[in-house]
Design a protein around this ligand. Sequence first.
Ligand code: SF4
Length: 411
Amino acid sequence: MTALAGTPRHEVRPTDQPPEGASSPDAKPIVSFAPRRRGKAPAHLADLDLPARKSALKDLGLPAFRADQLSRHYFDRFTADPEQMTDVPASMRDAVASVLPPLVERVVTQRADGGTTLKDLWRLFDGATVESVLMRYPQRTTLCVSSQAGCGMACPFCATGQMGLTRNLSTAEIIDQVRQAQLACREGELSGGPGRLSNVVFMGMGEPLANYKAVIGALHRLINPSPEGFGMSARSITVSTVGLVPAIDKLAREGLAVTLAVSLHAPDDDLRDELIPVNSRWKVGELLDAARRYFLATGRRVSIEYALIKDMNDQVRRAKLLADELNARGRGWAHVNPIPLNPTPGTIWTASTRRAQDAFVATLRDNGISTSIRDTRGSDIDGACGQLATAVKDSLRSAEPNTSGRKQGTR
Ligand code: SF4
């Protein structure tokens, strides 16, 4: 790691106040990979690949071709209710219902940004809650999904992190967030009328690579063509991580070519150890090496996410250090996304000044680093992991139940 040069001005440290949502002033972030709950979601058709679906239906006494038929209902028409499947004989509907249990029940929906953002809070079978956010842009519609209930990574700026990890989501619990978003798009629930879901990002609640197996299953269901899955382009899917190095290498070997986003937020271990506690396990250098290997294995340019936090990580010397670290590993393999935080008076997690932001970006560009400031609408989905989930939770806390007037429960 390159040494930081120059005389430091006053810097805000992540330890200058208790973590967001901490229950006591002296709370310390503690990383955990062990879920508090062991319960598994009911088995669902979307947990399985097509051959396994055929075999599951056979066990229920149904012919194999029904697997294709049910899969098309679910992945093409976004229907999970057997009663709406008029081509399924009434005598089979109970058996069909047993492989399509309702998994995510809508608790509340909040509309924002003139109706181009839908924030959903979902209740799972065991009462755990997760969030997803659907956002329409001129050129794309993006869904941010949760992969865990809670999170064990304990980032001090993220209230989800202070809740700890409740449990991992199943593949189908992740996929059903997507199915419901597909349906919302098709039915024109976002402003602008009916459309199509084009992008999925794993930047909601949880560290996706800490729930590796279920997330890989979900990626297959997203990418594989009908009737196996939704048939989305791998290029339009982003998996975000705070830096689980062995899992990044494993993901590179999957041959999926999804985009990897690294929530870096600091180029030096001194600051990142406090900002992203898992950095004590895998240092910045190891993380960037793994990100570079991901690029080499997949040909996909890696996104480096960098939330600009006033007087904490927004100094020009850190921009220079970040550029040096990236350039030391080659040219053109990474793209930096500085993310301006929303101003939050009274906390240390507040927006950089415009001047600091401009100087940070200019330094990266002057040093040959491809850089674009993220759209911060709703703490943009391609932004910092967990910030969005926290913002959603905060806004939902003050929202009346079911503010959209949409029916609760599965659709
Ligand atoms: S920022 Fe992301 S990885 Fe960190 S605690 Fe929050 S949800 Fe987990």
